[in-house]
Structure formats: C-alpha cells, structure tokens
Design a protein around this ligand. Structure first.
Ligand code: FMN
Length: 196
C-alpha cells in the first residue's frame, strides 16, 4: 500500500478540525448511506460491527434531542444539518453468526464473557463511530463530535424499542463562515509513544 497524497492527509487529519458552526446546506439521505457504506468497512473484533447510527435530520427529531443536550452544545447541534447518535447495540453478538460465518461460535465468546461482551462491544462501537468521523471527512463532510448530553435520556427517547445505547453524538455538515479557534496542542511523540 502507498501513502495517500498530502492533500488527502490534510483533509483527513492534518488540517481537519472539529466544527461547531454549520452552514444550512442539507445532507441528502443518499450521502448518509454512502457514509455508512464506507465507515462499516473499518475493522472490529471478530467483525462484530456493534456500532449503530441514528441520523437526526428533521426539526421534530431535533426537538426531541434538545432537552438532553448540555447547554453549550444546544445551539451548534440545532444548526447542524444532521446529528448522528453514534450508538451501540448491547445484543450485537446476535449478528456475529452472519458477520463471522466461518466461526459462528464467536457469538458466545462475547455473550458468555463475564460482562456479557459489553466492554468489547462498547470498545468496537467507539471504533465504528471514529470510522464514521473519518469517512465523513473523506467524502467532504465535517464533524462536531460531542459527549456532552444525557445518554440515559437520549436512550429513553430514541431507543426505547431497540435497546441501543447512545455513545456520543456527531454533528455533520459543512462549516459556516464563522472563524474557528486556533488548533489546540497535541502531545508530542515522546509524551505519548514508546518504542521498545
Ligand atoms: C468523543 C468526543 C466528545 C466531545 N464532546 C464535546 C462536547 O460535548 N462539546 C464540545 O463543544 N466539544 C466536544 N468535543 C470536541 C473536542 O473538544 C475537539 O474535537 C478537540 O478539542 C479537537 O479539536 P480539533 O479537531 O479542532 O483539533 C468532543 C470530541 C470528541 C471526539
């Protein structure tokens, strides 16, 4: 495999920013489908695919979400054309026989583990949500991920039927003309990495 060109690295990582103010340009449903079709190809343990995504577009659905948002997240979220609830299916292992057909017993590796596979499912669902962020950037959308909300309230409001558990929110869209604060520092290699 060869490295992506600098432009691509810039778009995905080096110049990509968390966006807090979105232009009103809508996102078509077909684009959300394309986004998922790319993101789902990221690797997960035993190909378990525990991440689930609930895309909020309508004013009615945004109104249901609003009471559960941290106050500093309300305005930016209501302006975003789409808010993805990145979630996790606690019963994700029931899909493992389809997803890992050469070893369907992998379902039980998760289900019969001491925590019923919940830590592994949550970890892999978080990876899935991260893949969605990077897929969005790859197709020219920008993201504002947010953990500041009432997870239990969102789960009651949106996932009463299917039992999914919200992980974090991802505002999606195109940035407005509003200025963006300077990039915050990151840890240096020596602070965050070790080569043995
Ligand atoms: C999982 C996650 C949760 C976050 N939660 C919030 C939040 O609740 N509110 C907020 O304003 N920003 C939130 N952020 C945004 C981060 O502060 C931001 O991504 C980080 O400072 C890096 O900014 P940059 O991408 O512009 O470099 C969150 C980011 C992530 C990945």
């Amino acid at each position: 495999m060869k490295s992506l060109p600098t432009d691509a690295l810039n778009q995905l990582f080096l110049e990509a920013r968390t966006i807090n103010d979105f232009a009103p340009t809508p996102i078509e449903d077909a684009v959300l489908q394309q986004l998922y079709e790319i993101a789902k190809m990221g690797p997960t343990a035993a190909n378990s695919n525990p991440a689930r995504f609930y895309f909020i577009k309508s004013d009615a659905a945004k109104a249901k979400l609003k009471p559960y948002l941290a106050p500093n997240n309300v305005e930016k979220t209501l302006k975003a054309p789409v808010v993805a609830i990145a979630a996790f299916d606690p019963l994700f292992y029931d899909k493992v026989p389809k997803l890992f057909p050469h070893a369907p017993v992998a379902r039980d590796w998760f289900k019969d583990s001491p925590d019923g596979g919940q830590a592994a499912g949550h970890m892999n669902a978080t990876l899935g949500a991260a893949y969605l962020i990077m897929a969005a950037r790859a197709i020219g959308l920008e993201c504002g991920p947010m953990a500041g909300f009432d997870n239990a309230g969102v789960d009651r409001e949106f996932f009463g039927q299917n039992g999914w558990k919200s992980n974090f929110l991802i505002n999606l869209g195109n940035r407005s003309d509003a200025p963006i604060l300077p990039r915050l520092p990151r840890l240096d290699f020596e602070e965050a990495c070790f080569i043995d």
